[in-house]
Design a protein around this ligand. Structure first.
Ligand SMILES: CC/C=C\C/C=C\C/C=C\C/C=C\C=C\C(=O)SCCNC(=O)CCNC(=O)[C@H](O)C(C)(C)COP(=O)(O)OP(=O)(O)OC[C@H]1O[C@@H](n2cnc3c(N)ncnc32)[C@H](O)[C@@H]1OP(=O)(O)O
Ligand SMILES: NC(=O)C1=CN([C@@H]2O[C@H](COP(=O)(O)OP(=O)(O)OC[C@H]3O[C@@H](n4cnc5c(N)ncnc54)[C@H](OP(=O)(O)O)[C@@H]3O)[C@@H](O)[C@H]2O)C=CC1
Length: 331
């Protein structure tokens, strides 16, 4: 009997040793479970009731492309009159016409480089003439590229921080002052990123500027509630847009690794963030201010936990690891 038990233990120990070696040699390659993305299908329809933004005016910076365009389309579909502002008037006009023709609600295109406070002031003048002051302001315009920090010129640093931090501040302060003067409440939303919180190498100007935007919005949430202003932040994870992916993963080499570390097994979609932005900007969220909403399919926590790589250990390997751990005596 004892010999039989010892024999089994010996065989098990041999399996443990060989499997542990396999694990060390090959990691978990080929041992992944099937894609979990099918559990988390993205829905594309507007989530809020139709007419939720009737009689509302919304300004979306960078609204001609990518996520800004998707937010504009959703707000417009829900009844808002939108103003989209960025540098490239032709792109803005094309987007405005396409969205207007689909929703039946007016979308205005206004050229504005948010780095220039005078241009921002003129953009707001133009907006006041077209629609009056806005109820919803979405600071979405941004610039970014991956680059080792030792290769950054002073102008590269200035370009990104000017668009992201100064641009957001110029738009927010210009509109905030005029809204306060007119005793009009508004919802301000800033689009940042998950690494605004953690920091990240290779996108250091963007990380620094987005962290600044978060500090700006949290501070104003505290200060300007008394004027009827709400300030919130959405931190998106990766969502395919030409603007982002062409500058952050120009060869496409990192996309699979990015998806593999997202617990929901896929990238986000523009329509999903547009629904969240619409909710946060709507009167349904009138008690929400100073919020930082991470919207990343779980990527941030997945990157943060040092044992999360153990997801790729199979049930059979777990049996072996458990035996090894239980058989450890002493320290
Ligand atoms: C590992 C990850 C893998 C996969 C995931 C992929 C993606 C998504 C995941 C997460 C995303 C998270 C956050 C995303 C944040 C974003 O903001 S994405 C949005 C990006 N969109 C844009 O950037 C659109 C607007 N951008 C632009 O117009 C330009 O790119 C701009 C450079 C920002 C500004 O253009 P502008 O014409 O004003 O500036 P330039 O004159 O061209 O350049 C100014 C100075 O910067 C230097 N520069 C420019 N490019 C580079 C570069 N690639 N590397 C180094 N330096 C650069 C340029 O030389 C100028 O400096 P100077 O020469 O000293 O004068
Ligand atoms: N896509 C993603 O995975 C993620 C995106 N984000 C954030 O989402 C937002 C939208 O990004 P995304 O849609 O992906 O990328 P895009 O490149 O499509 O959007 C950036 C927009 O900013 C505008 N813009 C850039 N510089 C200026 C400027 N100086 N003045 C005015 N407008 C300017 C651009 O228009 P124009 O060229 O006409 O000026 C463009 O429409 C950004 O804040 C980005 O940081 C955050 C995390 C992940």
């Amino acid at each position: 009997m004892a010999a039989r038990v010892l024999g089994r233990a010996g065989r098990l120990a041999a399996v443990v040793r060989s499997s542990a070696l396999q694990l060390r040699l090959h990691g978990s390659a080929g041992l992944r479970f099937g894609s979990q993305a099918s559990f988390f299908p993205p829905l594309g329809d507007a989530m809020l009731p139709s007419g939720s933004f009737n009689n509302h005016v919304a300004l979306i910076t960078g609204g001609g492309t990518g996520l800004g365009r998707a937010m504009t389309a959703t707000l417009s579909q829900l009844g808002a009159q939108c103003i989209i502002a960025s540098r490239k008037l032709d792109i803005l006009q094309r987007t405005a016409e396409e969205i207007s023709s689909q929703t039946g609600n007016k979308v205005h295109a206004v050229q504005c480089d948010v780095r220039d406070p005078q241009a921002v002031s003129q953009c707001v003048d133009q907006m006041e003439a077209l629609t009056g002051l806005p109820d919803v302001i979405i600071n979405n315009a941004a610039g970014n590229f991956v680059c080792p920090s030792e290769r950054l010129s002073p102008n590269a640093w200035k370009t990104i921080t000017d668009i992201v931090l100064n641009g957001t501040a110029f738009v927010t302060l210009e509109l905030g002052k005029r809204l306060i003067q007119n005793q009009k409440g508004a919802s301000f939303l800033a689009i940042t990123t998950i690494y605004a919180e953690s920091g990240s190498g290779f996108v250091v100007p963007s990380a620094s500027a987005k962290a600044g935007v978060e500090a700006l919005y949290k501070s104003l949430a505290a200060e300007w509630g008394r004027y009827g202003h709400r300030f919130n932040i959405i931190q998106p994870g990766p969502i395919r847009t030409k603007g982002a992916f062409s500058r952050l993963d120009p060869t496409g080499a990192f996309e699979k690794a990015t998806i593999d570390r997202i617990p929901t097994g896929r990238l986000g979609t523009p329509a999903e963030i547009a629904n969240l932005a619409a909710y946060v900007s709507s009167n349904y969220a009138s008690w929400m201010s100073g919020a930082v909403i991470r919207f990343d399919g779980g990527e941030y926590v997945s990157l943060a936990g040092e044992f999360n790589e153990l997801r790729s250990v199979t049930p059979d390997q777990w049996k072996i690891l458990e035996v090894m751990i239980r058989n450890t005596k002493g320290s």
